[in-house]
Design a protein. Structure first.
Length: 463
């Protein structure tokens, strides 16, 4: 691939669909965003054709990309990085059955599939030494597929394929339902340690009410899975020889895009859901009976602890105190600083002047206390990860929307007594997918070389 060619990473997150075009040096050439609005979510409920909504979002993104100032015919590779555990059930026409089953929906199956007698006996014997059954039942309750089986049996009987959002998006542009092992993080019969589906006789197929024929091929991260279909060529306006590269989930890509590729590297993702992750040669989950996740780096697993509501606590706080915030800052019209940045500046002034907290406006004190609570949760997650992995505490890479808050970063560094490393690129997940593409396309010979050339560190924050 020549240096003037581009890499297109498409990041499907909880709040938006983002298309980021990188040059081979990791510089952002263009970025376009399609927000996942409430109206769009209501549209899913109205037509019950969730696959159509995702396709429409993708079409809207490519319309924006084609209207940008960048010649997208120079794009030579494309890759998706997608929110984890969003499931689509597909019928014989490869169209969705009912609703999408997204991450964070709080599934709680009212009826659980029953295992064969010999598996029940095995778990009962295991319970004599370590209580296994409660963890098994919790997993069964939270599995979206079991909710469908328990409450919508007619829909369950119509299933031809189950697809994670990433595999469905691959199919939408290549015609092939296929995915990366590093994207396969869900309540599915997936062997996280070996990076493959379990054999059909395995107990997880019974526990999750899934048939082996519903699954699809898996490939290693960085695999070229094909080129664009004729329909995709027409709708995207990309060139015919564009390579489609399988990368990984949003969190796996975020680690790589932040520069984490070594055993022991630690990362904090300050997004809608906060996650604390450590790369490890050993397969060690965050707690007993929980798996480590596949990473984009060969031979390494991700030990992860998560705070599900994460930085969304800030959004909730802002919405709940809208009137008080407007009284403090005025209307936050387009073009002004974000509310978070304005809070940061007030707190910075307070800290530098050593002003007593009692003279702060109450809303600022409440915001500051919320940041402290978030930092406390992060410290607890870090302690749990280090307790599990037994690895030494090293510097920590940070990314995500919360990483744009100097006050929050300083609080984390001071509370956890560790140096933070902040990459310059604010699109870490997309950059991780771009690193994957750059290695796959032969621009760089290894992930290490790609990161040296594509990932730039902007700041180090000391306690």
């Amino acid at each position: 691939m020549k240096k003037q060619h581009y890499l297109l990473a498409i990041d499907f997150g909880t709040q938006s669909l983002r298309g980021v075009i990188f040059d081979p040096d990791g510089k952002v050439v263009a970025i376009e965003v399609v927000k996942n609005s409430v109206e769009n979510n209501q549209k899913i409920n109205a037509v019950k054709r969730s696959h159509q909504w995702y396709l429409e979002q993708l079409d809207a993104l490519f319309i924006k990309l084609n209207q940008s100032n960048v010649d997208i015919t120079k794009v030579k590779a494309i890759s998706f990085t997608v929110i984890r555990n969003t499931l689509l059930l597909l019928d014989n026409n490869m169209e969705s059955i009912g609703y999408a089953l997204p991450w964070g929906s709080g599934f709680n199956a009212v009826k659980l599939p029953r295992l064969k007698w010999y598996w029940r006996l095995a778990f009962s014997l295991g319970d004599l030494f370590v209580k296994i059954t409660p963890s098994l039942q919790e997993m069964q309750k939270r599995a979206a597929i079991n909710t469908v089986w328990a409450s919508s049996l007619n829909d369950w009987q119509r299933i031809n394929k189950v697809a994670l959002l990433s595999s469905f998006l691959h199919m939408s542009i290549t015609g092939k339902l296929i995915d990366s092992t590093a994207s396969t993080i869900a309540y599915l019969p997936f062997d996280y340690k070996k990076g493959r589906w379990y054999q059909p006789w395995h107990w997880k197929f019974q526990a999750l009410a899934i048939k082996s024929s519903w699954l699809y091929p898996l490939v290693e991260p960085g695999t070229n899975i094909g080129t664009l279909s004729s329909n995709a060529l027409q709708s995207t306006k990309l060139a015919e020889n564009v390579s489609v590269i399988a990368s990984g989930s949003d969190k796996a890509c975020e680690l790589l895009g932040s520069g984490c590729i070594n055993h022991g590297d630690v990362h904090i993702s300050l997004g809608t859901a906060i996650s604390v992750s450590q790369l490890n040669r050993k397969f060690i989950g965050p707690k007993r009976f929980y798996p480590a996740y596949p990473s984009l780096t060969e031979g390494l697993f991700i030990t992860e602890q998560a705070i599900d509501n994460g930085m969304s606590q800030i959004s909730t706080f802002i919405n709940r105190n809208k009137n008080d915030i407007e009284a403090l800052f005025g209307n936050n019209d387009e073009g002004k600083l974000s509310i978070e940045t304005q809070f940061d500046r007030i707190l910075q002034d307070v800290n530098e002047a050593s002003v007593e907290p009692s003279i702060e406006p109450s809303i600022v004190s409440s915001y500051n206390a919320l940041l402290d609570d978030i930092v406390e949760e992060i410290e607890q997650c870090l302690s749990q990860v280090f307790e599990r992995t037994k690895l030494a505490k090293t510097r920590i890479y940070v990314s995500g929307g919360g990483a744009q808050s100097p006050i929050l970063l300083q609080k984390i560094a001071t509370k956890c007594q560790v140096q933070l490393v902040k990459p310059k690129c604010t699109e870490a997940s997309a950059l991780g997918a771009a690193v994957c593409m750059a290695v796959s396309e032969g621009i760089y010979s290894s992930q290490s070389e790609a990161i040296d050339n594509m990932v730039e560190i902007e700041q180090m924050i000391s306690p």
